[in-house]
Design a protein around this ligand. Structure first.
Ligand SMILES: N[C@@H](CCC(=O)N[C@@H](CS)C(=O)NCC(=O)O)C(=O)O
Length: 227
């Protein structure tokens, strides 16, 4: 199993969508090898075919792209390993949580760290990243990030559903971590590897949850170089 993953200038893996899959592979206990790529290398993963996105896995020659498709693939191919989507559980509820992570974590976190993220990238990737992100945000990276000290409180308030969920157990998944935890944790790994900006107050129970997640699977998250 090969996991294609993005690295920045310090060789830290920063892709939030990839972190969810990395944690999923560790959850299942599946051995995998990581192939580091820059944004500029992505077209060569599927040379001659459609441009894929990160994460992409290569399992015995089969390329599977998109984190949600990968999760389904892993559960189907490895039925004897701990499931990511519990048998009989409604996958669309987990998909709803993935949408929440995209809108309430990735969206605001991007606006808090985008310029730092750019600066953390390998110089070979910086021009592409600036051009593509300024096109989609319709703003300079500097303007996107400006005023973050005033905006971080609104971001923290928006995390209330996570606090309520964590009132029932140490993980969003309950007593044990599950794919919902990995979805949210990926967003925090994106920030941790790309920016020194403190997203969470130290007395927030989400901060304690993030610390627990950093320690999972031999401290996989904690070992990654932080910004
Ligand atoms: N829906 C996809 C999104 C994947 C995605 O957007 N990945 C980013 C990196 S986190 C990417 O490959 N970007 C390529 C680019 O911007 O050129 C998933 O969850 O896997």
């Amino acid at each position: 199993m090969i996991l294609y993953d993005l690295v920045n200038a310090r060789r830290a893996h920063f892709s939030p969508n990839s972190w969810r899959v990395r944690m999923a592979l560790l959850h299942k206990g599946l051995p995998f090898e990581v192939r580091d790529v820059l944004f500029g290398d992505i077209p060569s993963i599927n040379a001659g075919g459609d441009k894929l996105t990160i994460p992409t896995i290569d399992h015995a020659g089969e390329l599977v792209t998109d984190s949600w498709a990968i999760v389904h693939y892993l559960d189907a191919e490895f039925p004897d390993t701990p499931p990511l989507i519990a048998p009989g559980a409604p996958a669309h509820v987990l998909k709803f949580f993935q949408y929440w992570v995209q809108t309430s974590l990735h969206g605001p976190i991007g606006r808090l760290i985008l310029k730092d993220l750019h600066d953390s990238l390998d110089p070979a990737d910086q021009a592409y990243f600036r051009a593509s992100r300024e096109k989609s945000y319709k703003q300079t990276l500097e303007d996107v990030q400006t005023g973050r000290e005033q905006r971080v409180d609104a971001f923290r308030k928006g995390l209330q559903p996570m606090r309520l969920a964590l009132g029932h157990g140490p993980y969003i998944g309950g007593e044990q971590p599950g794919y919902a935890d990995y979805l949210a944790f990926g967003a925090f790994m994106w920030a941790r590897t790309s920016s020194p900006f403190p997203l969470l107050a130290e007395d927030d129970i989400i901060h304690a949850w993030r610390e627990r997640c950093l320690d999972l699977y031999g401290g996989a998250g904690r070992k990654e170089p932080a910004a």
